[in-house]
Structures are given as structure tokens and as C-alpha cells.
Design a protein around this ligand. Structure first.
Ligand code: PEP
Ligand code: MN
Length: 341
């Protein structure tokens, strides 16, 4: 249930409604917009309707939320879109972000080198995995704490905020030391305890769509983060499993407009993991930007032939500036503002 307060409702009136909602065992999430404050009452709908809040001072009206996800629902923000802001960079609403960097942190030279290149080309944030989810238990799984240390060094060098994956709740203390945005990978999209843990860090969470997850499942996963009082979730379409085997995954571009109707959260696209091939990354990036994506997260390497993982799909750092310029031109056509500092 959503309780829409009147324009100019006082703090006392809002606090009173929150108290009443909590008294019946529901939780209240207050969202203050420019004009209106909306209180999401999460819990048993009948109990909240039974409170007779319609007559209470400061309350305008009540709206039932019909979707299984509540806080992620576009109804919850009444048409306002979430804008995630990190160190002055914005993603969501009218703002577009380009997050770029290697699949995994391999060495100091590689990390700093790629960091410098993407920063010089105006990337919004830097990505790189210190903990890697791999299909085979015998593959490289990331440099761990040493990788995080290299990411911190890259940030010092470039000033770009860091996006890095958290795979295991036991690493959360190390990851929050370095990450500005915590990535939850496709394989962990339904790891609910990890989602709650990431939510509790208070850092923005970049949540990737599971390999075979529906949009409803993705949004329910985001609800675990939001429920912790963390409003900063970035959703990411990264390709799904279909019967087609000609490419790594099927990039579901229709998820962009569909999600934008269902949720107020920003929607990103990862063309690297979806396509699995460098030469398909640019066309799919341009298509994603044209379809209204709020951002792109893309893999870039200084020597992809020798990359430890995902070499064939990583853009060469020498081509990144040209790629970024093309993305920016489509972002402009799509009517968004490219976010860089
Ligand atoms: C990644 O972005 O590093 C990654 C492993 O992606 P995904 O979880 O989408 O496979
Ligand atoms: Mn990768």
C-alpha cells in the first residue's frame, strides 16, 4: 500500500502515519519527492487499509500496489525516477553513465593502464573484478584482496569511482573499503542473503539480471536491497539464455523500455557479457543507448589477447575513445545527459 501525503504535509504528520503503519506490524518507507511525500507501507495490505488512514491529517489518498515488488515499483515513486549519484556522477532519470574497465584485475600495470585510458575518454566510472564468478572451479577466481588494493590505486590515479563485484558476504568488509558501487553478478541475482548484505552497506548496488531470470524476478531481487533502506539500485540487462547458440547470450533490449515502465530504477546494459564478441559490443551499445538505457557497463583491456578471462569480448583500450564518442552521440540523440566530471 502506498500512502500519498498532501503537498506540504508536515514532518509530524508524516511521522504520525509512519507510527501507525509500524504499530500494525508493517514497515514504512518514506520517499520524499520534490512536491509530494509518499509512504510505502510494506506488509499485510488489509492491516494498513484497516487503519482508516484516509481521514488522517496530511494524508491525501491511498494507492494499493498491485505488483509483488513494492519499493521497486514505478507506482512507489509516482513517476519520479531514481537517480544514483556517486561523487558527482549521475545515472538514471536524464543522466547516462558509461562504466568501463577490465573483466578482472590482473596486474598493477593492466589496471592502471586501462583506468587511465577510460578516464581520459570520459568514462563515468571504472569497473574491475577482484572476485570472479567462474563456471569452472579450476579457473582463475580473481586476485581477491590484492585486486581490491589495485582498484584503490587505480582510483587514486584516475579519480573514477570504482564498481566491483561482491560474491561472498564474508568479503563485504574488504569490498566496502574500496567499492563505490557494489556489483552483484548474474549468478548471484537470487542469492537473497547476499542481496540483503549488499543493501545494508548503504553503497549503490549494480544488480545484474540472472541468466534465466524474468523481469519480475529481477525486480523482486532488487526489493531485497531496497528493503534494507538502500534506495540506490542500478539494474543491468546482460543477456539471457535462449535457444539461440550463435552468440554467448541473447541481449534482451526490450527489457529496457519494459523495465522503465515497471520501475523507477535506472536500467543499464552490459553488451560485453551478452555478446561475448568485441565486434558486436559497439552495435549493441549504440542500440542500448538508443533504446533509452541509463548507462552501459563495458569491458576494456589493454592486451585482450592475453587477458585471463573474457579476452574475446573486451574492447581494446586503443579503440575505447572512439567507441565512447559514438555512444555519447547516441546518448545525446536519446535526449539524455552524459555524466562525467
Ligand atoms: C562481470 O560483469 O564481471 C560478470 C561476471 O558479469 P555477469 O555476472 O553478468 O556474468
Ligand atoms: Mn567478464
Amino acid at each position: 500500500m502506498m500512502i500519498v501525503m498532501r503537498e506540504g504535509a508536515s514532518d509530524e504528520q508524516i511521522a504520525h502515519v509512519v507510527d501507525r503503519v509500524e504499530q500494525v506490524g508493517c514497515s514504512a518507507h518514506v520517499s520524499r519527492g520534490e512536491l509530494l511525500t509518499v509512504i510505502g507501507a510494506i506488509g499485510d495490505r488489509d492491516r494498513v487499509s484497516g487503519l482508516g488512514l484516509e481521514g488522517v491529517e496530511g494524508v491525501d489518498h491511498l494507492v494499493p500496489i498491485t505488483k509483488p515488488y513494492k519499493l521497486a515499483s514505478s507506482q512507489f515513486r509516482k513517476g519520479e525516477r531514481t537517480v544514483v549519484e556517486v561523487d558527482g556522477r549521475r545515472i538514471g532519470g536524464d543522466h547516462f553513465g558509461l562504466i568501463a574497465g577490465p573483466c578482472t584485475v590482473e596486474s598493477r600495470e593492466q589496471t592502471i593502464d586501462v583506468g587511465r585510458v577510460v578516464a581520459a575518454a570520459g568514462a563515468t566510472m571504472f569497473r574491475g573484478g577482484a572476485y570472479k564468478p567462474r563456471t569452472s572451479p579450476y579457473s582463475f577466481h580473481g586476485l581477491g584482496v590484492e585486486g581490491l588494493r589495485l582498484l584503490a590505486e587505480a582510483k587514486q590515479e584516475t579519480g573514477l569511482p570504482t564498481v566491483t563485484e561482491l560474491m561472498d558476504a564474508r568479503d563485504v568488509a574488504d569490498v566496502v573499503e574500496v567499492a563505490d558501487v557494489i556489483q552483484i553478478g548474474a549468478r548471484n541475482m537470487q542469492n537473497y542473503t547476499l542481496l540483503s548484505e549488499a543493501g545494508r552497506t548503504g553503497l549503490p548496488v549494480l544488480l545484474k539480471r540472472g541468466l534465466s531470470a524474468t523481469l519480475d524476478e529481477l525486480l523482486m531481487a532488487s526489493e531485497y536491497v531496497l528493503k534494507e533502506g538502500n534506495p540506490n539500485v542500478l539494474l543491468c540487462e546482460r543477456g539471457i539464455r535462449t535457444y539461440e547458440s550463435a552468440y554467448r547470450f541473447t541481449l534482451d533490449l526490450l527489457a529496457i523500455p519494459a523495465l522503465k515502465e515497471l520501475t523507477h530504477l535506472p536500467v543499464l546494459v552490459d553488451p560485453s557479457h551478452a555478446t561475448g564478441r568485441r565486434d558486436w559490443v559497439e552495435p549493441m551499445s549504440l542500440a542500448a543507448a538508443a533504446a533509452g538505457a541509463d548507462g552501459i557497463i563495458v569491458e576494456v583491456h589493454n592486451d585482450p589477447e592475453h587477458a585471463i578471462c573474457d579476452g574475446p569480448q573486451q574492447l581494446r583500450s586503443s579503440q575505447f575513445a572512439d567507441y565512447a564518442a559514438k555512444v555519447r552521440s547516441i546518448v545525446e540523440i536519446a535526449g539524455k545527459e552524459y555524466s562525467a566530471v
